[in-house]
Ligand binder design. Structure first.
Ligand SMILES: CC(C)(COP(=O)(O)OP(=O)(O)OC[C@H]1O[C@@H](n2cnc3c(N)ncnc32)[C@H](O)[C@@H]1OP(=O)(O)O)[C@@H](O)C(=O)NCCC(=O)NCCS
Length: 284
């Protein structure tokens, strides 16, 4: 018998008090997000929860970048409540809130049909690599190339990140720099890339990775891997980055993939520096 859930489902803004319930939802899906990860995501953006008979049965979050771009993620409906239209309701409400912007997301296979129905188009693939970090060889640096800690001035990395991603990521860069550590790739004393390391999920995330080319990206990632032997680390790298094969050979296996999708004109990253690793699947 078809049950009309409309009367039983209400949506409201997510607050810090909802995080315990949200962690339960992500754990049920086998996702690694800790309370702290949810709390940071909420601090940097906005969220909605779906209440089914008064209990939290679904979540969604969104992040605004500048005036014209946004990403969304943490779209979860508890297993027992799936297939009753709650995911669609959460998506429609968040898209309404983000109206007028291109919205980018990274879709699991489960989410893909819903997003396609809402008009999202696939623009890329992201590969999730993780595991206990093996001993890695030292990166081979080019003449004039260095990997060094970020300077107190920030080295203009917010600009670099924004140009590489095609969206205003200054605020996100500052937030990530505050909760993690940043190294800069410089060539002839000019900052041309960076990679950040922060606590996330089961261990540490090397995220994001922004570089001018594959060699630069490898130098940045090698730096953090070299300092984290035998520690659990994760990277979410784009398929076209070329990092996936290299990570696999190093002994950090690919454990999953998601589909990058956009609703609206896809952001255009610059050519000087590109995104090799995402800040997080949810944030893009
Ligand atoms: C993806 C997810 C959020 C969807 O939530 P849901 O409440 O079950 O989805 P809905 O009931 O609102 O269904 C939405 C639409 O997608 C369609 N759909 C859902 N799963 C589908 C599938 N496997 N194949 C084809 N269509 C599917 C439904 O038919 C529905 O279409 P309609 O609105 O035109 O009838 C939910 O399955 C989930 O939490 N999955 C696990 C976590 C996850 O992977 N989240 C996505 C992260 S990107």
């Amino acid at each position: 018998m078809a049950i009309d859930v409309d009367a039983r489902v209400t949506l409201r803004s997510m607050t810090a008090q909802d995080i315990d319930a949200a962690v339960e939802l992500s754990r049920e899906q086998g996702w690694p997000h800790r309370e702290e990860d949810w709390a940071q995501f909420l601090e940097w953006g906005e969220g909605l929860v779906a209440l089914l008979d008064g209990r939290i049965a679904g979540t969604i979050m969104g992040w605004r970048f500048g005036e014209d771009m946004a990403t969304l993620g943490m779209v979860i409906v508890t297993n027992a409540a799936q297939g009753q239209g709650i995911g669609r309701k959460l998506m429609q409400a968040m898209l309404e809130s983000l109206a007028g912007r291109t919205v980018v997301l990274n879709a699991t296979d489960e989410g893909l049909p819903l997003y396609k129905k809402l008009g999202f188009e696939v623009t890329g693939t992201v590969l999730q690599h993780q595991g206990s970090v093996p001993a890695v060889p030292l990166a081979e640096l080019l003449p004039g190339e260095r990997v060094r800690p970020m300077g107190a001035s920030g080295d203009g990395l917010g600009d670099l990140y924004s140009k590489a991603s095609g969206m205003d990521r200054h605020a996100l860069f500052d937030a990530l720099a505050e909760c993690g550590s940043t190294v800069v790739l410089s060539r002839e004393h000019q900052p041309v890339g960076f990679a950040q390391l922060r606590r996330f999920g089961r261990g540490w995330s090397i995220a994001p990775v922004v570089a001018p080319d594959l060699g630069g990206a490898k130098a940045l990632v090698s730096h953090w891997l070299g300092l984290n032997t035998n520690t659990f680390c994760r990277l979410d790298v784009t398929l076209e980055s070329g990092l996936s094969e290299w990570l696999q050979k190093l002994g950090l296996p690919c454990v999953g993939r998601v589909h990058t999708m956009a609703l609206g004109p896809a952001p255009k990253g610059g050519s000087e520096a590109r995104i090799y690793g995402l800040a997080a699947q949810a944030l893009g």
